[in-house]
Design a protein around this ligand. Structure first.
Ligand code: ADP
Ligand code: MG
Length: 259
């Protein structure tokens, strides 16, 4: 479901907090991702990037603050100034509009590429196998893997598996795509093809929130760069500006270690 109001940003995080017991992982994350925007999230290991993405995608529950996607509060309903947790069914409805791609591709090993892609559209959206397969083949063409429809994941390179994982997420027609270090597990020579697919997705207007260490991609493709450290957003803005002239000492220190 989409709200009619297209002026609402796709993602709004306002002082989002998340703790695991005594460990405060997110201590007030505030950011916005506009519709059609590509936002790259960078920051040191352990700064809370994955946890934030997982909150957006219902894999973790926010403890405090507000997190909305397409104007809807994630995981909760607000009534009379109080918050009530959504039922699993309601949460599932929110979640199916959000695609996520992980570092490790998480394809089903005993299913072919095509079967991996049509699984959710058939089971969750009730599409016929024929209908879902037709769309899956289009998506495979889009990611350059039409010829691999009947292959099994183990027969593909890591880069090819990741492109299948992207096609699988797209098969649900998400309004938002989350990527958590999608190229970090790949051999260097396989990174480019995956980034190329992401670049073309961005060009087609997909709203994307991407955790990455690929600064070239961030510089060229992102509309916004967000630097997180210690569970907060330290600095955000135009990627070129931040990369060439970081304002914060923590951003400077992080970027200097990448070079
Ligand atoms: P990043 O993706 O930026 O490397 P993460 O969000 O994965 O950071 O992790 C931030 C911190 O939260 C780390 O200290 C990590 O150990 C901790 N953490 C993440 N998930 C859990 C969990 N389910 N239980 C306890 N601690 C967690
Ligand atoms: Mg992470």
């Amino acid at each position: 479901m989409t709200t009619a109001d297209t002026t609402v940003p796709m993602v709004v995080a306002d002082q989002v907090c998340k703790n695991f017991g005594a460990l405060n992982v997110l201590t007030g994350v505030t950011l916005e991702v506009q519709r059609g925007e590509v936002a790259c999230l960078i920051g040191p290991s352990g700064s809370g990037k994955s946890t934030f993405l997982r909150c957006v995608n219902h894999l973790e529950k926010v403890n405090a603050g507000r997190l909305t996607v397409d104007g809807e509060l994630i995981g909760y309903r607000e009534r009379g100034g109080k918050l009530y947790e959504l039922s699993p069914k309601e949460a599932g409805r929110q979640r199916r509009d959000i695609g996520m791609v992980f570092q490790h591709f998480n394809l089903f090993p005993h299913r072919t590429v095509l079967e991996n892609i049509i699984e959710a559209p058939v089971l969750v959206k009730g599409q016929s196998k024929a209908q879902a397969s037709e769309r899956a083949l289009d998506l495979l063409t889009q990611v350059g893997l039409r010829a691999k429809a009947d292959a099994y994941p183990a027969q593909l390179s890591g880069g090819q598996q990741q492109r299948v994982a992207i096609a699988r997420a797209l098969a649900m027609d998400p309004k938002l795509m989350l990527f958590d270090e999608p190229t970090s597990a790949l051999d260097p020579e396989l990174v480019g093809d995956v980034l190329e697919v992401m670049r073309s997705l961005a060009k087609d207007g997909m709203t994307m929130l991407v955790v990455t260490h690929e600064m070239g991609f961030a510089r060229e493709v992102a509309d916004q760069l967000v630097f997180m450290d210690g569970g907060v957003v330290v600095e955000k803005g135009d990627p070129r500006e931040i990369l060439s002239n970081p304002q914060h000492e923590r951003t400077q220190s992080f970027l200097s270690k990448l070079l």
